[in-house]
Each structure stands twice: as C-alpha cells, then as structure tokens.
Ligand binder design. Sequence first.
Ligand code: NOJ
Length: 566
Amino acid sequence: MTAVTQDTTHTDSIQRKWWKEAVVYQVYPMSFKDADGDGIGDLKGIISKLDYIKSLGVDVVWLNPVYQSPNRDNGYDISNYEAIMSRFGTMADFDSLLAGLHRRGLKLVMDLVVNHTSDQHPWFVQSRSSRSNPYRNFYHWWDAERGKPAHRYSFFDVNNEAWKYDSLTHAYYLHYFGDFQPDLNWENPQVRDSIFQMMRFWLDKGVDGFRMDVIPFISKDTTFPPLPPQYNGDFVKYYANGPHLHEYLRDMNRDVLSRYDCMSVAEGIGVTTATAHDFVDADRHELNMLYHFEGVSLGMVPGKFKEVQPGGVRLVDFKNLYSKWDSVFEQKGWGTVYLGNHDQPRMVTRWGNDDPQWRALSSKMLTTFLLTMRATPYYYAGDELGMTNIKFNRISDYRDVESLNMYDHLKKTGGNLQEFLRDQKITARDNGRTPFQWNNSRNAGFTTGTPWLRVNPNYLTINAETEGKDSTSCLNYFRKLIQIRKQRLVFVYGKYTELDKDNPSVYAYTRELDGKTILVLLNFTANTAEVNVGNDLAHASLLIDNYPHPSRTNLLQPYEAAVYEW
Ligand code: NOJ
C-alpha cells in the first residue's frame, strides 16, 4: 500500500483516519428487508442480509432512525431515544445487529435526531401539560398573551407555519418540521445534558458514531425576532446559524464524542463553503464531517442535465460545484460526497438516465464519480443495483409526509396540482424509499406481506439476485470499484485536479499521491463525447471501465466511465 504521511502539522486532509478511508452504506430500515411479514422492513431483516452488505466491500453502515416512534416521519419523530420501534424489533435484535456487523468488521453509525422529538415523547407530554411543569423549558413556548410570535417557516406544515397554538396552556410551540415534531430547547442545559447522556448510552453499547439530523438548526435566538434582513427570506441559512450552535457542538465533543473512537457527520443543511470549516476542522473539536446540500439542490426541478433535458442543469455548474467543495477541504477539514439518500430521488433518475438503454451505464458512471472523489462516499442502498424512481401517478400512492403536505398546501392555496405531481416524479422522497429489490419473486423478495410503499415494477430485472450472477451488472461494478479504491490510498487522500473544465459533456480529473496518478473520465451524456486531457491513454493502464469494449481514447462512448492509473 502507498505510504501516506501520518503526521503533517498543517493539513488535516491527509491525516489518516478510518472514517476518511471508509465507504458508508446507508440502510433505510423501513425499506431494506422485512423478516416478519408485516410489510415494513425490520432489524431481523437487516440481520438476514449482513452477508450481502459485507459482500459489497463497504465499511460503515449508517442506519436511519430505529428508535421508538409513532413513525409519522419514518422514525424522525422519536418518542423514546433509548428504545427500539416495536415494528422494527427489540433491543435484543439491535444488539444482535450490532454484534453481527462488528463480527464482519463493519461499523455502525446511528441517526441522531435531536433538533426535535415526537410530540408523544414524555418530555413533550410533560412540557405541554402546564406552564409550570419542570419540562416546560425543554421546548420553545411563546405565551399567547404576548401576541403572535414572528413567522417561522415549517417544512412539513400545511400552512408552512412553524408555530402551533396549543389551547391547553394558551401558548404556541415551535416546530420547524411537522407539528408532531416539536423543537427541543437546546438553550436549556438540562436538554443538552439529557441528549449527551443518551449519546453515551449508545456509544457505550458499542455503536461507532452518529449521523446528525439537521444539527445546524439546534441553537435558536429565543427572543424569536423577525427574520434578520441579511437572510433575505432564506430560512434555512438563518436556522443553521444559531447563536450558540458551535458552543453546543464543542460541549458535545468534549463530553461525548472525544471520549470514543467514533465518527460524526452533520447533515449540513444550510451550511455554506464559508461556514463549513467551523464544523469540521480538527482544531475546532466539533465534528468530523458534514454533507452539504449544494450538490443536491442544483436545479432541483426538473433536475436533469441540460444535455438530456432542455432547461436542465449544466454539467459545467455541477463540476464547478464539486471542485469548489474539494478545494474547501484541501488543507483543513474533510469532505463527503453523495448523490442519493432517503430524502432524495434515485441517483440514476436524477443525475444519470433511467431509460433502459442507458440506466446501467449511467448508474455505473455515477458510482465511479462517487468512489473516486477526495471525500468519504455515502452510498445509498439500492443505488448499487441502479434502482430508479418509481414515478407515482397519483397522490394516494405517496406515503411521505412532505409530499402529502405540499400537495394539501397547494390545494388550499390554488396551486397547480398537475405540475406538482409531474415534478414529484423526479423529486419526491418516496422515489428513494421504495422497497429494496432482492430478487424477482413477489414483492421483490422484500416482504411476504403487503409492502408499506409500492415496490417498483422493474424489480423483475433490477434486483440483487439477478445482478449478483451477472459479472457486468451495476452491483458487481460497485463491488469491483470498491476493491480498486481500497487497494490505493490515492483515491482517498490524493490531490484532486479538474481537467478540461469547460467541457460541457465530460467530467475529467486526476488524483495524485506519492508519485501515483489516477485519471477519471466521465461522460455525463447519451452522446459520444470528446475530452481533452493531454495524455496518451492507449498506453496507460485502465483500472476499470463501464463498457465491455472500453474506448481507451479521448473519445468517450455515451455515459462511459474510465479510470486510468500510472
Ligand atoms: C432530515 C431527515 O433526513 C429527513 O428524513 C427528516 O424528515 C427531517 N430531517 C426531519 O427530521
């Protein structure tokens, strides 16, 4: 293995850490595998698929929330942080899952959802019950005698209104998400202590870290002034810049994270290149990584590349954005890269081409991008099969609180429902949440019952069993590329340089470390495309290519991905 400098005084970005070298595989428990036939995935289901996960070559599993919850936002509304949702199983099942992962040399990262709880959490039940209850200050209340509080935007509210009036105590409570997800009051030290204690509970069990849900939102100015003018209506940026945010993250690091060999990654909503370092630089003693939203926010509707769909995103803008984020962490901090997760449509539909002619090729091309950037890749279960958006026609097919609320909001305000349903086929979160396609038996082998969300009918051909037997499948391409990455630290720590920047069709870059060079060429279009990188490709060694007959020249076939080494 190439030697990497172990101790450099001035760069975080080359100091070796297991979480920098890892590939993270995200498992959405509701949709992964149902063992008991109730139509919802569960822990025993995941346990039954641990050998599959191991076979991928990934290192870390990030598990979306499995805590006790009324499950109105698929587990992001927690009613007991130290218990398992009964539909998912028991704490004993959780312990077996953790042991099974560790036995296979895999790590487990839990979702930490602490900006808000469920309204069924005992803290909120108490808090709501009277103005003098000891838990009153666990949440944000605004007594109605003071008049209506200044507007705050809510993501999952039919009226977009984050203050909900509660007649029981004649006061409003704050909920940035659904009205069933009241925001915790982090300014209260008892809240912070309770959360830190809960984190230690899981780390003492042996979990290997946390993915922190909307963590930039935790600190609030409790005077709740009208939105300060510099934010110009940008709620997300305002929410992500609370007055004591970094103080709380440093406390969390000091009291919890620094005491374990664990990894931490912020869902970096609202974080910009200007604020990113405050979260992740090693000398800040806060978190290890964050994942920003700029990439997935690029031209969300219709969310296709211009070359594929008029009015879509320009590849040059996509390239500039990822190059910019690489340079942010060139000296300090560490980045992440992802194209899909449970809040996003399927990556191949959004960023590739899910037309049957191009689906597998473009999916492998995107996988190549994710596994060759200088950042920790977060790879969403099902993307290794090239799973696609299901594209529901009717609102009644959707289960996601976000889509359902947006629909009701538009209905109430006279919006264009047809246009909304059309756009949801590309953007809706449920597209990324359809059951994992295991095989071509009923319900794709996901459940023997009725699946909670419809299975994509393309499971007959796109499934793990069929792809496992095909050496040219998306699945086996993913496995192969992970091995290539793992054998060469240049993929992790190597310097990134973009080439042929103005090329509208091809993304080209090198990675360099200790005299080794990797060249990555990615044609993001359905046409043949030329790239100008000034190398003699005919004599370079080709590590991987998504075509059976690689071009080996500067003329790339549609959606061709090629990785060279010298
Ligand atoms: C972000 C999570 O990823 C999403 O699924 C959830 O709905 C919101 N945060 C609220 O917790």
